[in-house]
Ligand binder design. Structure first.
Ligand code: FES
Length: 100
């Protein structure tokens, strides 16, 4: 089962679940809106590991974002056993930031 490291916090992920769903199942609030790779509000930095978009396109990320390691967890599935991800800069405990 893939493991997620989020700024020192560790979660288990499911290969059949998006990273966003795994964050939320693990009690980590995350900003989201379209859940379709278009708006970009869920974007975060992948430092280690790989993701698979399973044929979907991360439209909200340009080539520079992708080369820099930005990912869209709403459509990304874990594709390695360990993924290290940076939490976004906004306060994750702010309830208004989910389901924007
Ligand atoms: S929620 Fe819109 S791109 Fe992820």
């Amino acid at each position: 089962m893939p493991r997620l490291l989020l700024d020192g916090r560790e979660l288990e992920a499911s290969s059949s679940q998006t990273l966003l769903d795994s964050f939320q199942a693990g009690g980590v609030p995350w900003r989201e809106s379209c859940r379709n790779g278009v708006c970009g509000v869920c974007a975060c930095q992948l430092f280690q590991g790989k993701v698979d978009y399973l044929g979907r396109q991360p439209h909200a990320l340009d080539n520079k974002d992708r080369r820099a390691g930005q990912i869209l967890p709403c459509i990304a599935y874990p594709a390695s056993e360990l993924l290290e991800i940076s939490l976004p800069a906004y306060p994750l405990d702010c309830p208004q930031l989910t389901n924007l």
